[in-house]
Design a protein around this ligand. Sequence first.
Ligand SMILES: NC(=O)c1ccc[n+]([C@@H]2O[C@H](COP(=O)([O-])OP(=O)(O)OC[C@H]3O[C@@H](n4cnc5c(N)ncnc54)[C@H](OP(=O)(O)O)[C@@H]3O)[C@@H](O)[C@H]2O)c1
Length: 263
Amino acid sequence: MELGLRGKVALINGATGGIGSEIARALGSEGVDLGLMVRDITAGQALAQGLRRDNPTLRVEVVQADLTLQPEVQQAVDEAVARLSRLDILVNVAGGALRGKLADVPAEEWARYLAVKPMGYVHSCRAALPYLRQSPDGRIVNIAGGHGKEPTAWSVMGGMINASVLSLTKALAEDLGPWGVTVNAINPGHTGTRRWKELVERRARERGIEYVAAERELLERVPLKRVVQPADIAALVVFLASERARSITGTMINVDGGRSRSI
Ligand SMILES: NC(=O)c1ccc[n+]([C@@H]2O[C@H](COP(=O)([O-])OP(=O)(O)OC[C@H]3O[C@@H](n4cnc5c(N)ncnc54)[C@H](OP(=O)(O)O)[C@@H]3O)[C@@H](O)[C@H]2O)c1
């Protein structure tokens, strides 16, 4: 399927993470020039080097920003656009959430996590808006998380963070629709990054069972009985970023092996 992505420019925050780096690879393999907005410049340069090695014609620029600092985000977005000449696609991937019930999450961690996601997404979108409006096919893809729609006691922070991301997605879809900019969210389920390994290890420790048994337990509620791979999420980002998805906006798509129970 011709996706019409060649020559477009994407900016990805959280690009050094498990999911973000795979999104960078997938967009790069479709001929999308990349701005990697990273906190750790050394890790960002290493990723960029690998991407250029895989595809020597690809333009890859690394810009540095701590997403909790709005002026840094503004500067990094402007710098990326100045170097790459335009912006068509913004992918917000950074952050995460602490697991646990309300009483388990230390009070001081709330502001720290929320400052990255959703607030870093807000800063990134705000800085990117003027550029995306100029693109003939502007796109925003927000990586959210299933608990935003289906909160649980054990993921009170993830639920709050990701509900905010879903709300931002819907509001921006209405705001930017008249410019032809689409805004969508993806809800990853249990995804095979370092986060998953930590979760399985914690479950194994708490229950006094082997890693494999803990993994099986955690996947019990997942109809496909396996973790999602970062590449599965990246494939959907590529589609949503493409011309083929031009009529999809303001929506949220689960990539979770069927784990979500809502219809
Ligand atoms: N993995 C899952 O199972 C899962 C499930 C549902 C949703 N998600 C969502 O998917 C997204 C990516 O998850 P992941 O598993 O790939 O996480 P990850 O590997 O921990 O990557 C997180 C990324 O966010 C960046 N980041 C953190 N704080 C930052 C800050 N203040 N400024 C700039 N960048 C910052 C990290 O940069 P550094 O390298 O500098 O720390 C890293 O690149 C997150 O939004 C997460 O909530 C993941």
